[in-house]
Design a protein around this ligand. Structure first.
Ligand code: S3P
Length: 441
């Protein structure tokens, strides 16, 4: 069925999540494999690549910049690296769709090229803040024009040279850190980035796996420009951010017992496990192996009775993408859950505090949205009609809420689920969720 832009999920209550499930490849790692493989020397083979719209936007952008990329086919991509100086002008604007990671990481990579580039995206991406990357890149000598509001379109102009900087990030952002490290590959001297809180370190790990010297010391990452990357094999683990919906669904639905296989367990991403466990979730981790610098394991989750908690501030950046799912767990917990220090949620694919608060209220839950977080009082979810506002993670979070609601949950604005998890409906249905898709256009 061809699906329009207003795809609706309808979830009927009841059931449990059981069996085994392998969610698709990690989005963050898939982006980075394409970018680094493109500017490496030699062939990079990526296995487990996420064939979602966001990672595909990065892949298509690199093709437009002259890189030969075969696939994806069954999650396998082969990239013929062109070396650090081998990219060519795209000749047209690069459309990055809904993908903030593509836009911010490409800003860094393209800042050091000898040609002009233009970056655009969909309505959500064109609203998202880009000064957080363009300002520090300008300090390195880059010339990037934004709109007056500091948003895309981004015009990236060639400059005679970039210079390494020592930069303390005002927000804990892996996208900003990665953009600066990618620009740093093209800069003279050292680029050093300090982070105010721990953020995902996939860029650092993958640079090292490609043979680049990167020095990481507590909250500081440092590299020297002018080196070379060597292509190789990248095995992408299953995305813990996609697994998170199943961790929550199986925790709240009585009788659930579900094993998620081959999940990436990078400690900068596992905040969702820690937060759910503090709420009383029953999650067992069986660590397996380290795939190209990224730890992997199986997670088994069983239904449990959850308690509201005050979410510790240091776990916020480690679970930043998982809050829509965590809010559903909070809505099903006994007592109050309080989140603070999470103002970043307001500038994700949607304003995740406002959109989640509206949806939870529509399902009968008492919420108090706050500038930097939310207070949620657990209770009985009713059926109802909620708006995902084109935000993939909000759509999937409310789908899991349908397991325990007292009536059907209808979710509008779900087409963007394809950005990170195109197989969501099939995998959720196979695990036990009663979900169907309607074209509400
Ligand atoms: C990402 C970093 C995070 C995250 C995003 C992916 C990445 O954003 O929310 O979904 O791949 O680097 P910030 O760096 O803006 O926190």
């Amino acid at each position: 069925m061809a699906l329009g832009n207003n795809r609706r999920f309808v979830v009927n209550p009841g059931g449990a999540l059981t069996g085994q499930c392998q969610v698709p490849g990690d989005k963050s790692i898939s982006h980075r494999a394409i970018l680094l493989g493109a500017i490496a020397t030699g062939i990079t083979r990526v296995e487990g690549f996420l064939q979602g719209d966001d990672a595909m936007a990065t892949l298509q952008a690199m093709r437009s910049l002259g890189v030969v990329i075969r696939g994806p086919s069954d999650g396998v991509v082969e990239i013929e690296g062109v070396g650090p100086q081998g990219l060519r002008p795209a000749g047209a604007a690069l459309d990055l769709g809904n993908s903030g990671t593509s836009m911010r990481l490409l800003s860094g990579l393209l800042a050091g090229q000898a040609f002009v580039s233009e970056l655009v995206g969909d309505a959500s991406l064109m609203r998202r803040p880009m000064r957080r990357v363009t300002e520090p890149l300008a300090r390195m000598g880059a010339h990037i024009d934004t709109s007056a509001a500091g948003t895309a379109p981004l015009q990236i102009h060639p400059v005679s040279r970039l210079e390494g900087i020592d930069y303390a990030m005002p927000v804990a952002s892996a996208q900003v850190k990665s953009a600066l490290l990618l620009a740093g590959l093209y800069a003279e001297g050292q680029t050093r980035v300090h982070e105010p809180g721990v953020t995902r370190d996939h860029t650092e790990r993958m640079l090292k796996a490609f043979g680049y010297r990167v020095v990481c010391d507590k909250a500081t990452v440092q590299l020297t420009g002018g080196g070379e990357l060597t292509g190789g094999l990248v095995r992408v683990p299953a995305d813990i951010s996609s697994a998170a919906f199943f961790l929550v669904g199986a925790s709240i639905a009585t009788g659930s017992a579900l094993t998620l296989t081959g999940v990436g367990l990078n400690p900068t991403r596992t905040g969702v496990i820690d937060i759910l466990r503090r709420m009383g979730a029953d999650i067992t981790v069986e660590a397996q192996s380290d795939g190209a610098g990224e730890p992997i394991g199986n997670l088994t989750v069983r239904a449990a009775s959850l308690q509201g908690i005050h979410i510790p501030a240091d776990l916020v950046p480690l679970a930043i993408d998982e809050f829509p799912a965590i809010f559903i767990a909070a809505a099903c917990a006994q007592g109050e859950t309080i989140l603070q220090g999470a103002e970043e949620l307001r500038v994700k694919e949607s304003d995740r505090i406002a959109v989640m608060a509206d949806g939870l209220s529509a399902l009968g839950i008492e919420v108090e949205p706050r500038p930097d977080g939310i207070r949620i009082r657990g209770g009985q979810l009713t059926g109802g009609h909620v708006q995902a506002q084109g935000d993939h993670r909000i759509a999937m979070a409310f789908a899991m809420a349908g397991l325990v609601a007292s009536g059907p949950v209808r979710i509008d604005g779900c087409a963007e689920v394809d950005t990170s998890f195109p197989e969501f409906v099939e995998l959720a249905a196979a695990a036990g969720l009663t979900i169907r898709i309607e074209d509400a256009a």
